[in-house]
Structures are given as C-alpha cells and as structure tokens.
Ligand binder design. Structure first.
Ligand code: ADP
Ligand code: ASP
Ligand code: MG
Length: 439
C-alpha cells in the first residue's frame, strides 16, 4: 500500500484532476488523499467570517462566486451528459448545505462544517471522474475514521481500526480516495487538522495502514534549500533525514504541515515529495537515512512572540524554570526557542491565544517584556559535534541584521535565530548567499 496526497494546486482545475487520475491509474494498491481545490478553503474561511458577522449579503455573494466556479469545473471535467448532471447535483447539494448556514446561528461547529466542504467536493469529483472513465475506485469518508482525542491529538488507535475496516470492505480495489484535512473530534463533531492539514492526514493514514511509502504531490519539485517565496534560485534536495525534514516543516517550510513528519519517523515510513507539474523530477526522499553532514536548508516561521522574564533574585533558584514552564503548560502553549542569562530567561511562542493570562502569571516571578512581529529563521542540517565553522558562517551572513535570540546545540540539526519579521527576507537571502552560493 502507498499513500499519495495531492495538494490544492494539484487538484486545482479540471485539467489537474485529469492529471491526478492518470498518475494514480497504476496496478499498485493506494490510498489517494486530496486537499480542496486551490482557493476553496480560503473562500470558505471568508464565507464563514461573513456569517460570523451576520453579513449574509456578502456571504451569499461569495457563496455564489464559488458555486459558479465549480459549475465551470464540472462542465470542463466531464464529457458525458450523465456525469455532468451528477456533478451539478453534487455541487448543488453541497452549496444548499453551505447556504443553509445563512439562516442559522453561526458557531465554531458550523464553521468547521463549512470548511470541510472543499475536501468533500474534490474527492467526490475525482471519484466521479474515474467512474466516467471506467476506472474502479472507492471513496472512503475521512469522517468515518480520522479522529482526534480530547487533547486535539490524532487518535491513532481509532484511525487504524476504522480505516482498516473501510479498506477490508473493498479489499480488491486498487484506488481508495479520501479527504485530507477533515476529521471528527472526541465528541464526534466535524473538525479539521488545521490549515495545510492534508499532509498530516496523509502521514496519519500512511502510519495507520503501515504503508510502504507516503508521497506528497505538490506544485514544486521537492524540499528546496530555502523558501522559494522569498529567495531566488533555490534548489531541490534529493534526500533529507526525518529529523531535518521535521525541523524544516516545523519552522515554516510550507511544503509540509508542521506535524506531518514525526508520525512517519516513529513508524519509519519514508516520505517522498513530488511535483505534479513535473512528475519525472526526482523530488525529495525523506527517510531514516542520514543525508550527510552539512547545511541543507533554511526556513522561516512568522508570527512569533518573544517573552522575557527578568528576575535577578529568583532566576538561579531551584525550581524557577519549572514554575515558568508550568505556566506555559497550563495554557497548552508550546515554546519554540529558549535562551537564558544570569538575570533573565527569554522564550518564544507562536500561539498567543492565552498570552495575557500567561503574562499575568509570569509577573509573579519577575518583570515581563513582550515583543511581537518576530520570525524564527531556522538553518537546518547535520552539524556533527566535531565539525567547525557552521555557526560562524550563519552569524557572518547576518552581520547586518539585528538578532534578538540565538539557539544552537539543542539538537545537531538546527541553528535558530530570532529576527524582526521586517528583516526576514533580507536574512533568508543573506544566508542563502553565504551558505550556498559562496562555496
Ligand atoms: P499544497 O497545496 O500542495 O499542499 P503548499 O502551498 O501547501 O502546497 O506547499 C507548497 C509550497 O511550499 C511551494 O509552492 C512553495 O512556495 C512553499 N515552500 C516554502 N518553503 C519551501 C521549501 N523549502 N521547499 C519547497 N517549497 C517550499
Ligand atoms: N484545504 C486545506 C487548506 O487549504 C488543507 C490542505 O490544503 O492541506 O488548508
Ligand atoms: Mg500544503
């Protein structure tokens, strides 16, 4: 069994859906995980925002635009009258459902139900398209097996048991299609794995089915050595270790959802990043094998908040750090970077939902300073203990940029630096020049 996940751009038009159909039409048994067509989840978020504000006119306008877009896709995708009709009926039923929320109370529950429609539509369209072409496939609803527990973490036991049941019902089928991103929570309500979560779905499905490989098909030929949205002439990497890929995904390489590598590492299932627009390109293989020593890639994570707690009296006292960390734990807020000095400790967080409560509690232990609009720049590779000069090269590249925090030595895989987001692009480019172009 292999798992193939196709992202928004890869299913973004009728032509792209046809291309996916031809890529998956092989004799190997596979589970195909789809995102919503590109732009759809953003439109659904926009619609949900209008509905929250009780702005039904704008919601209806946005719903109509999206529905018309899908009707066009149907007319391009299907060639027979029968399937065009089936397609239109499908779209109408989903949009009647979306429109029903303009009359009701609108809460987080309804928002999640609206956001799920994108993946439900894209998977149904591929399933119909294959059926029109007489290619057998089975649609397995993610809402029947993808589930999170009361802490919002995937319930792997439930996922494994239920996806296995769905697959054994149709053991002879080669192509199983399912939705990425969407799930049910511990109460059985529709939920999702956060934006970009289809990669995470694919990883969890791969682990649950003990797949031979998980393939993430996207719009670029693998993990590049820097963020192509900010830096020109970036290059794809042929291999990465799980640890390196996990650091890059966590610290902002958008090609992979931040949580998607860990489950694959634990189950030792390789992840291959492939380009749907250029299927013959080798892409990137992420596996347990070391990809060799040295600096591999640079990523950046935005919307970072730094919190500094100054406490000359207490910092070195036993238990001070524990008290500080407990506060973050109480508010389920994870810390990305930590630095300490004799009189202060600084940490960074990206989830600011409980920032005010955290600050109030920290104030019991010292003075608290908060800085926002920061980015973590993460230089990732394999820096073995004996090797010299990596940190120097990084710092040398950033000589003209003010650095708020540095973290090195936490693992042998990253050097992280905290900068103002306004300096991020310059920092990424300066690092690229010094680390990859000067050699
Ligand atoms: P999908 O819709 O297929 O999930 P995403 O837009 O989520 O695709 O991820 C692919 C995008 O990730 C690329 O188009 C690229 O702009 C961005 N990206 C950011 N950092 C990297 C990187 N280091 N390597 C490759 N792509 C990256
Ligand atoms: N459709 C969802 C999103 O746009 C999930 C995904 O694409 O991975 O965030
Ligand atoms: Mg994505």
């Amino acid at each position: 069994m292999v798992v193939l996940k196709f992202g928004g751009t890869s299913v973004g038009s009728a032509v792209r859906i046809e291309e996916v159909a031809s890529l998956i039409n092989t004799s190997e048994q596979k589970i195909v995980v789809l995102s919503a067509m590109s732009g759809t989840t953003n439109s659904l978020v926009e619609i949900a925002n209008y509905l929250y504000k009780k702005n039904n006119d704008s919601a209806n306008e946005a719903i109509l635009i999206l529905e018309e877009h899908y009707i066009k896709v149907i007319n391009q995708l299907f060639s027979t009258h029968e399937f065009k009709e089936k397609g239109i009926e499908l779209i109408q039923s989903h949009f009647i459902y979306i429109k029903s929320f303009t009359q009701d109370m609108f809460t987080l529950f309804e928002e999640k139900a609206i956001l799920a429609q994108g993946e439900l539509i894209s998977t149904a369209l591929l399933h119909y398209y294959l059926s029109e072409k007489n290619i057998d496939s089975v649609l397995i609803p993610a809402l029947n097996f993808m589930r999170t527990d009361k802490d919002g973490e995937p319930d792997l036991f439930y996922i494994k048991e239920n996806i296995t049941r769905e697959i054994t019902k149709n053991e002879n089928c080669n192509i199983f299609i399912t939705q990425g991103f969407i799930c049910r929570n511990a109460f059985g309500e529709i939920d999702n794995l956060k934006r970009g979560g289809s990669d995470y779905s694919a990883a969890l499905i791969g682990v649950a089915c003990n797949a031979n490989e998980i393939q993430i098909w996207t719009d670029i030929d693998g993990m590049h050595n820097n963020d192509p949205r900010y830096v020109e002439n970036t290059k794809p990497l042929a291999n990465l270790s799980f640890d390196e890929a996990a650091e890059l995904a966590y610290f902002g390489a958008k090609i992979l959802h931040p949580a998607s590598v860990q489950p694959c590492k634990i189950a030792n299932i390789s992840v291959r990043l492939k380009n749907t627009m250029q299927p013959s390109a080798p892409g990137t293989l992420i596996s347990s094998k070391s990809a060799g020593e040295g600096i591999k890639s640079i990523a950046a994570k935005d919307s970072i908040t730094a919190i500094k707690i100054k406490s000359g009296r207490m910092l070195l006292a036993h238990g001070f750090m524990r008290k500080v960390f407990e506060i973050f734990e109480t508010y389920k807020t994870s810390i990305d970077m930590i630095t300490t000095s004799e009189v202060a400790v600084s940490v960074t967080i990206d989830d600011t939902k409980y920032l005010n409560d955290i600050i109030d509690e920290l104030k019991k232990y010292g003075t608290v300073e908060v800085d926002q609009n920061l980015s973590i720049i993460c230089v990732v590779g394999d820096f073995i203990a004996e090797s010299k000069g990596y940190a120097f090269k990084v710092m040398e590249a950033l000589k003209n940029i003010s650095i708020r925090m540095i973290s090195y030595g936490g693992s042998r895989h990253n050097v992280s630096l905290l900068v103002n987001t306004s300096d991020k692009k310059e920092a990424l480019n300066a690092l690229h020049q010094n680390l990859f172009n000067n050699v």
